[in-house]
Design a protein around this ligand. Structure first.
Ligand code: PCD
Length: 808
């Protein structure tokens, strides 16, 4: 039989790897047909709302619920006392600490959950919240982590023994009642020696301020306890539904098969929805107590005040180099403000995430990192927000250190980077702080970026502008922000990455139907990334069925195979690999079926796009559709019927995407307003599954980077009041502030990933923040600036100019 369609057409028909396939999920999102937690409405469902503390630190003397209970429509008001008999007044955090579900004796941050009101509707619940009378005795508030370590005020009384001694925490000895852990990597003595004897040393102290992921949809859950059948169903905004099921089982004692956790559509996660929040627990308890479903959905202020924050790292660095600019050593100390409970979502062995990738993209022979975690009267959480487990902090740190060293050396920062890049032939490269970088070609990417923006031309223009400014001809200065980042994503090998003891593999299960369409389920969960589109593309190329005929399902623990979820840009590196491996198992069976149908030996057929062909006889073939049909309808000797496969994938290493970013900015020194003239972003995420989705990821991540660098923050006053808990004060960029991004790429496949893909979701944020910040700082470099802290909002930029005497 002669095939009418060309091979190219067959490849295109698959809409597989490398195709800018339109996102299949957008049909429902753009028509308002998504199904989010708040869309779930069950018969008889009640609504919960929290009484929250107005104080950052206070003892609770009494709680009176009488008036609230008297309000028509109120069913229950839960306090810690009600949860205590169930052992649920405290819950374990992902970081090995524990956290109050409802205030137990005291409150430790503004907005902390004190009581949970359950009522017939959300409005009645909110009214009842106002009627709960809580008698507080204010205590001294500590919002500064350095003061916290000196203070006599003990924040966590539960973590001090009766004799006053300080028991070890989850990560070893603690130096002070308000100290959480010390975590170290590298060699301190050797590093100090190198730095002490170096020709050039640059030092900097920088604060990576506290901010918040602020997804469009806030966090929420609906719990439904079916007492007759003993089944608990929990819908929620979960980035890791299987982990939630396991934790819910361990906490409640309900057997895991009797719990079904469902993450429906999620309106953005950005790390905000990895942790476990009191609202989830309270909705479960309330459903058990009342016997009907209970919904809890937080509002915007609650989201900003009480759910996982991001950053809050005080970083102190020293970097040494030869006179020629070859870096010889790096020392970094971090004081990490974790708030009232250590609820960071990190792999267990990494209490400061992957901060020990702070040597960046550079070949630095010796380095040391020390991190001290500290309790303060702020909201718990941490690590979330497009950061790849603190890689954003690490990259910000090293990319600022490079700039400061360039100032010290009086050298061009682009050239300083070139001198120190890990070279292509050095991969796999083991860094001084322990990571083995799988692959990279930094110089090629850097050269491409610098050429694309005409870097030399920009520098010449900048020099002219400085002169013009000094002559009084302009009030605008020009900054060229550079950043070169290396990411580490795809946690992770089970041998060193787990969350609460659960190894961080991921999974894919695929079932081909007789007519040659398929359903595949994965242990991850999209929050907007487009997995339904892109995972189908991986499978299409692997098994030769069109992506259009493959349904992707995630997020229902009753159907999806166990997986660790979506965060840390791990879905492509881990679940994407599982998908490819499951696809290959399908193909292996299909090969045997094809050989049988074609009456040749297994080895005499080969895979070709969407079919198996007899080697050397291309006109003799069986398409995957024909093979699928045969799998269900023919008795094939030695083979079971059906065509299904499952893969649980434990990656041998993480993947190391990288990128080169350049930002050109003009700043009006009298208003402090920056104008982004150009933003060029080159990303290398290895094999590209869907270029359009990648581009969308980069636009989104850069916009969040712009936000963080130029204004977004969760700020506290000395009394622990959150000053930025509404969108009036918390900066969310709009089309007004966002520039036109120019995207570009190189492709350096991961050598160990089955299709060579690396993650990309967090890269633009990780690389973008230092790039925007460096642009601001670079504009002021000719006028004496070394380092100023983010966020560079108009007021702070104005101040920078003022401090440099530019308003005189
Ligand atoms: N890709 C492609 N290719 C490659 C890579 C990748 O295509 N090479 C694509 C995929 O498929 C998807 C995406 O892209 O779709 C992404 O991916 P990844 O990188 O793997 O990642 P994932 O895991 O999926 O995701 C995650 C991320 C994160 S992490 C974050 S923050 C953010 C990002 O993602 N988030 C979000 N992005 C996004 N988007 C949206 N829309 N939303 C959201 O939410 Mo974390 O940790 O959580 O903090």
């Amino acid at each position: 039989m002669k095939d009418e369609i060309s091979r190219e057409e067959r490849v295109a028909g698959l809409k597989g790897l490398g195709c800018s396939r339109k996102r299949v999920e957008d049909a429902r999102f753009t028509q308002g047909k998504g199904n989010y937690v708040d869309d779930i409405k069950l018969p008889g469902m009640l609504h919960g709302d929290f009484v929250r503390s107005p104080y950052a630190h206070a003892r609770i003397k009494s709680i009176n619920i009488d008036a609230a209970m008297a309000l028509p429509g109120v069913t229950a008001v839960l306090t810690a006392k009600d949860l205590e008999p169930l052992g649920l007044h405290w819950m374990p955090t992902l970081a090995g600490d524990k956290q109050m579900v409802l205030a137990d004796g005291k409150v430790l941050f503004q907005g902390q959950e004190v009581a949970f009101v359950v009522a017939s509707d959300r409005y009645v619940a909110a009214d009842a919240v106002e009627l709960v009378e809580v008698d507080y005795e204010e205590l001294e508030v500590i919002v500064d982590p350095f003061k916290s370590l000196q203070s006599d005020v003990v924040l966590r009384e539960d973590l001090v023994a009766d004799d006053g001694s300080i028991p070890n925490g989850a990560h070893g000895p603690r130096k002070h009642p308000n100290h959480i852990f010390t975590w170290e990597a590298g060699e301190e003595e050797a590093t100090n020696q190198v730095i002490d004897n170096a020709a050039v040393v640059a030092e900097a102290e920088m604060y990576y301020h506290r901010t918040h992921p602020c997804p469009l949809e806030t966090c929420g859950s609906v719990a439904s306890m079916d007492k007759v059948n003993g089944k608990l169903t929990l819908w929620g905004t979960f980035q890791a539904p299987h982990v939630v099921r396991t934790v819910a089982s361990l906490l409640s004692g309900i057997e895991e098969h009797n719990i079904r956790v469902v993450s429906p559509d999620i309106g953005g996660g950005f790390g905000n929805k990895v942790g476990v929040y009191p609202g989830y627990i309270c909705s479960i308890v309330a459903s058990i107590v009342t016997g009907v479903p209970v919904k809890w959905v937080e509002d915007r202020m609650e989201n900003l005040m009480s759910t996982a924050f991001a950053r809050d790292y005080w970083m102190k660095g020293k970097i040494s180099a030869t006179k020629e600019g070859k870096i010889t050593g790096l020392h970094c100390h971090v004081t990490a403000d974790h708030g009232a409970f250590d609820a960071c979502a990190d792999p267990t062995k990494f209490p400061a995430g992957f901060m020990n990738i702070c040597t960046g993209s550079y070949d630095i022979p010796v380095a040391y990192l020390g991190v001290d975690g500290v309790y303060t009267n702020k909201a718990p959480g941490g690590v979330s927000y497009r950061c790849s487990f603190r890689v954003t902090e690490a990259v910000y740190f090293i990319e600022r250190m490079i700039e400061v060293l360039a100032i010290e050396l009086n050298m061009d920062p682009a050239e300083l980077r070139s001198i120190n890049f890990i070279k292509k032939e050095q991969f796999p490269y083991t860094a001084a702080l322990g990571w083995e970088y799988d692959s990279g070609d930094y110089q090629t990417a850097w050269d491409k970026a610098l050429k694309a923006v005409d870097y030399k031309g920009l520098r010449a223009e900048q020099a002219e502008r400085v002169e013009a400014f000094k002559r009084g001809e302009t009030r605008k200065v020009m900054g060229i922000g550079l950043s070169f980042f290396t990411e580490i994503v795809g946690a992770g090998p089970v041998k060193n990455c787990d969350i609460l003891g659960m190894g961080m593999f991921d999974s894919c299960e695929i079932r081909i139907h007789p007519t040659g369409s398929a359903v595949a389920r994965l242990g991850t969960i999209s929050q907007g990334q487009g997995h339904a589109t892109t995972f189908a593309q991986i499978l299409a190329t692997e098994i030769g069925l069109s992506a259009e005929s493959i349904t992707i399902e995630e997020g229902d623990t009753d159907t999806a195979p166990y997986g660790l979820g979506t965060y840390g840009s791990r879905s492509t590196p881990v679940a994407g690999a599982a998908a490819a491996m499951a696809g290959r198992k399908i193909r292996a069976k299909a090969q045997m079926i094809a050989a049988y149908l074609l009456e040749v030996h297994d080895n005499d057929v080969e895979f070709d796009v969407d079919r198996f062909v007899v080697k050397g006889v291309p006109e003799r073939f069986k398409t995957m559709k024909e093979i699928a049909y045969a799998a269900y309808n023919q008795a094939i000797p030695g083979l079971e019927p059906g065509l299904e496969a499952v893969s649980y994938y434990d990656p041998p290493n993480m993947t190391y995407p990288f990128g080169a970013y350049v930002c050109v900015m003009d700043i009006d020194v009298d208003t402090g307003v920056p104008e982004i003239r150009r933003f060029y972003a080159l990303d290398d995420c290895g094999t590209r599954i869907n270029p359009m989705v990648i581009e969308g990821q980069i636009h989104g991540g850069l916009t969040e980077a712009l936000a963080v660098a130029l204004g977004q923050e969760i700020a506290y006053d000395d009394m622990g009041n959150v000053k930025t808990a509404t969108l009036m004060d918390f900066f969310l960029p709009t089309a007004w502030e966002v520039p036109n991004y120019e995207t570009d790429f190189t492709v350096t496949p991961s050598p160990h990933h089955p299709i060579g893909a690396k993650g990309v979701g967090e890269s633009p944020h990780v690389g973008g923040v230092p790039c925007f910040s460096n642009a601001v700082q670079d504009a002021f470099r000719p006028f004496g600036n070394r380092h100023t802290n983010m966020p560079h909002d108009h007021w702070r930029i104005w101040q920078t100019a003022n401090n440099l005497g530019m308003h005189d």
